[in-house]
Design a protein around this ligand. Sequence first.
Ligand code: CAA
Length: 380
Amino acid sequence: MDFELSAQEQEIVNQVREFTQKRLAPGVVERDEKSEFPLEAFKEFGNMGMYGLCYPQEFGGTDTGYLAYILAVEEVSKIDASFGIGFSVNTSLYGGSVMYSNATDEQKKRFLSPIASGKAIGSFGLTEASAGSDAAGQQTIATPDGDGYVLNGTKIFNTNGPLADYTVVYCLLDPSVGTKSMAAFVVEKGTPGFHVGKIENKMGIRSAQVSEMVLSNVKVSADQMIAKPGEGFKLAMKTLDGGRIGVGAQALGIAEGAFEIARDYLKQREQFGKPLFKQQYLAFKMAELYADIEKAKLVLYKAAKLKEAGKPFTTAAAIAKMTCTDVAMKVTTECVQMLGGNGYMKEYHVERMMRDAKITQIYEGTNEIQKLVISGGLFR
Ligand code: CAA
């Protein structure tokens, strides 16, 4: 096993670090408070080729690799986890839905290239009021209409929803046969009847834009169908496998960001006549958190490498997602505690990171769903 990053992967990390320091660190507290997404920075990051790292050049990507992409999500999330999830949904969930579908190359060029090359933003419409953990419980319906289809339904919790130029919409053609008729379409912003509904006011990742997406008699043509009836559910599941590695990376980045802040704090803050790190209780706590972070990193990179190598990775992705997100919650909570009263204050960042960490245990499959996926693999 090779534990070294390649020169190219290290270069991506360096580029992302420079970008986050310059473009994301300034104003991160204010964006959280105002729920404002740094759209210009998001576009700039796209122009750097970051949304195409794991996609082929023929579809607008740079073919750098899945681990490179995961490292980039991790790096941005050390500073701004809202940006991290916008990036991950754009790339893993929208991009993955198109890339891993049976769509034609022409459709992939049309629907993936603008995203991978950073010219447009994508979103993923799977979750509905009655289809959360039970993703099969879809009520969005596609009805054949002439050469195309008419879509009706409401998607909820769509990350990037209000920003997206393209949204993948999963739906059923015949509710009486359930997922056997599940398909997926790409719907473009501005299509009559397709609009942003309620914009969510959230506990964490406050600057990420998350909304309902409402479809009222939305006409789409047949060439917007990227998964035929019966292919949609498996496409959603395959796509979420990749997305879960992205969420793991986001969570690991949050944990590392908080850990670095706590380490600096323990070095400079003095109580009882010595720096805090000289209190063995705190030094040991940091040792435990560091070990947790390092363990999480191993399972995360393993999942990314399996995916990159085209090997089965469903279980590895679920383990990575569950491990990294639980570590993020633990590390951020402990960091708030170690910073004492200051940890509770916004300018020290760790309280935001703790709020941001919570959702990582919930979205893209709750950690209870990850246990279902892992145990399903064990006893198949
Ligand atoms: N890859 C390919 N195929 C898969 C698969 C995978 N990972 N997982 C399941 N399938 C296939 C199965 O093989 C089966 O195929 P057959 O019918 O041919 O046998 C079919 O799909 C149905 O599988 P299950 O019976 O296991 O399906 P289920 O209805 O019991 O559901 C589940 C399984 C794992 C619970 C699934 O519903 C699930 O993942 N739920 C969580 C949903 C989720 O993660 N939502 C996140 C939304 S996105 C989000 O959070 C966005 C955001 O903004 C950040």
